[in-house]
Design a binder for this molecule. Structure first.
Ligand code: UD1
Length: 420
C-alpha cells in the first residue's frame, strides 16, 4: 500500500492548479442517467471516487468515456439496462446513493444498496427516501437494499427538509426534473456544488427556479437532452491548499480557485492571520505573520464546511493561542485528533467541540487516517512538523485529492509517495 513521506519545515512558494470539484462531479455524472443523449462534462478531476462512479454508471448499462487530450472530459449516455447499484460499489463510496433519484425518475425503479457504516458517523439516507416517497415512489427495504418503484412515474411534491442535506437535495432535484408537475424543495442545502448541478440540469432542459437559495422550485419536463457542462473548481481542494500555505508559511497562488465559493472559510483564515486575495484568475494565499487561534463551527453552506474542519484544526495546532472547533454536521468526525496528538498537538475533545491549544512545534511520526479530509490534515501537520512524517492509508487521500505530493513538491515541500 502506498504511503506519503514528508520532511517538514519548508515554506511553500509557487502555484497549484485547482481542479474540478469532486462533490460536483459525482452528482453531475449521475445526471447522465436522466437522458439517453450525451452529457459531456469538462474539468473532471482524476480521482478514485470519480472512477468508482464511472464503474457504477457503466454497470447500469450507460457508456462512460474519458476524452480530451488530458482525459479531463467525460462523456456519459445511453439507455439504462440495469437498475441495481450493488453493495460492492456503494460500500466504497456513499455518494453512490446519488443514482437513486435519477434511476427512479427515468427507469421508474431502482434497487440500491444501503451505504452502511461510515468512518465519520451514521449518515442515514432517510431524507432521500422520504422525498422520493412524497413524489409518489414506493420504498421498501430488503436485504440491505432500498427498493424504490414508481410504475406510473413520479409526480411533483412539496418537501421540507428538517435540516439541509447536500446529496438528498441533489437526488430530489434530479428526480423532480423528470417528475410530472411542480416540486418545491424547502430548507434545501445550497452548497455551490448543488447550484452547479442545477445549472447543468437547466442546460439539459430542466426548469429550476431559486438556484443558489434554500428553496428550489422544479417544474418537471417529459425528457432532458444532451448538454456540455464545465465542473466548478473544488472549494475544498482550494481550502486544503490554503491551509498548506498557511501552516508551512510562504505564499501560493491557487490557480482557477474562486473566492466567492469559500464563504466562512476566508473569514476564519483571516482571523487566523492568513490573507486570501483574488489574483491572476485564482486566489493568492499568504500567511502574514504568525498563526492565531480562531474558533470555528461547522454549518451547512455558507457556514464553515465540515469538509474543512480537520485541515483547519491542523492549522490551529501550531497557532499562538487556543481555538474551539465545533462539529455540528457529523458525529464522530474527530478521528484525526488522536493522530495529531501523537505528533505533539494539544487537543481535547468535549462532545461536539475540540479545544486546540497551540504548541510551538509538532514532531513527525508515522500516522494513519480513517477518512479523506482527515488524511489531508495529517499531511498538513507533516508539513509543519520537525523530522519525518509517514502518512499511511493513502487510498483515502486519492479518493478526493489529485496528485497531492506532486502539487506540494512543486511548491518546495519535501514530500514523496512511497510505493511498496
Ligand atoms: C455531502 C458531501 C460531503 C460533506 C457533506 C456535508 C458529497 C458527495 N458529499 O455529503 O463531502 O461532508 O455533504 O457538507 O457531496 N442526514 C440524515 N438523513 C439523510 C441525509 C443526511 O440524517 O437522509 C444527515 C447526515 O447524517 C448529516 C447531515 O444530514 O448529519 C448532513 O449530511 P449531508 O448533507 O446529507 O451529507 P452528504 O450529502 O452525505
Amino acid at each position: 500500500m502506498d504511503r506519503i513521506r514528508i520532511r517538514g519545515g519548508r515554506p511553500l512558494s509557487g502555484e497549484i492548479i485547482i481542479r474540478g470539484a469532486k462533490n460536483a462531479g459525482l452528482p453531475l455524472m449521475t445526471a447522465g442517467l436522466l437522458t439517453d443523449e450525451r452529457l459531456t462534462l469538462t474539468n473532471v478531476p482524476r480521482l478514485a471516487d470519480i472512477d468508482t462512479m464511472g464503474t457504477l454508471l457503466a454497470q447500469h448499462g450507460v457508456a462512460v468515456e474519458r476524452q480530451g487530450a488530458d482525459g479531463r472530459e467525460l462523456s456519459i449516455g445511453g439507455p439504462i439496462t440495469n437498475t441495481e447499484a450493488p453493495y460492492d460499489i456503494v460500500r466504497k463510496m456513499r455518494a453512490s446513493v446519488l443514482v437513486l433519484g435519477p434511476l427512479v425518475a427515468r427507469a421508474r425503479e431502482a434497487r440500491v444498496s444501503l451505504p452502511g457504516g461510515c468512518a465519520i458517523g451514521t449518515r442515514p439516507v432517510d431524507l432521500h427516501l422520504k422525498g422520493l416517497e412524497a413524489m409518489g415512489a414506493t420504498i421498501r427495504l430488503d436485504g440491505g437494499y432500498v427498493l424504490a418503484s414508481a410504475p406510473q412515474g413520479l409526480h411533483g411534491a412539496d418537501f421540507v427538509f428538517p435540516f439541509p442535506s447536500v446529496t438528498a437535495t441533489e437526488n430530489l432535484m434530479m428526480a423532480a426534473s423528470l417528475a410530472d408537475g411542480r416540486t418545491v424543495l424547502a430548507n434545501a442545502a445550497r452548497e455551490p456544488e448543488i447550484s452547479d448541478l442545477a445549472d447543468c440540469l437547466v442546460a439539459m432542459g430542466a426548469r429550476i427556479d431559486g438556484i443558489g437559495t434554500d428553496r428550489l422550485t422544479i417544474d418537471g419536463v417529459p425528457r432532458l437532452h444532451a448538454a456540455t457542462h464545465a465542473i466548478i473548481p473544488d472549494r475544498i481542494e482550494t481550502g486544503s491548499y490554503a491551509c498548506a500555505a498557511a501552516i508551512a508559511g510562504g505564499q501560493v497562488l491557487l490557480r482557477h480557485a474562486r473566492l466567492e465559493h469559500l464563504g466562512a472559510l476566508v473569514r476564519a483564515l483571516a482571523e487566523a492571520g492568513v490573507e486570501m486575495t483574488e489574483q491572476d484568475g485564482g486566489v493568492l494565499v499568504r500567511r502574514l505573520n504568525g498563526l492565531h487561534g480562531a474558533d470555528v463551527v461547522t454549518e451547512p453552506y455558507p457556514g464553515f464546511p465540515t469538509d474543512m474542519q480537520a485541515q483547519f484544526m491542523a492549522l490551529m495546532c501550531v497557532s499562538d493561542g487556543a481555538a474551539m472547533v465545533t462539529e455540528t454536521i457529523f458525529e464522530n468526525r474527530f478521528q484525526h485528533v488522536a493522530e495529531l496528538n501523537r505528533m505533539g498537538a494539544r487537543i481535547n475533545v468535549h462532545g461536539a467541540s475540540a479545544i486546540v491549544r497551540g504548541v510551538p512545534g509538532l514532531s513527525g511520526a508515522p500516522v494513519m487516517a480513517t477518512d479523506l479530509r482527515a488524511s489531508f490534515s495529517l499531511v498538513l501537520a507533516g508539513l509543519a512538523a520537525g523530522g519525518e512524517t509517514i502518512v499511511n492509508r493513502v487510498y483515502h487521500l486519492d479518493r478526493g485529492y489529485e496528485a497531492v505530493e506532486e502539487k506540494l513538491a512543486a511548491c518546495g515541500a519535501d514530500i514523496e509517495r512511497l510505493t511498496d
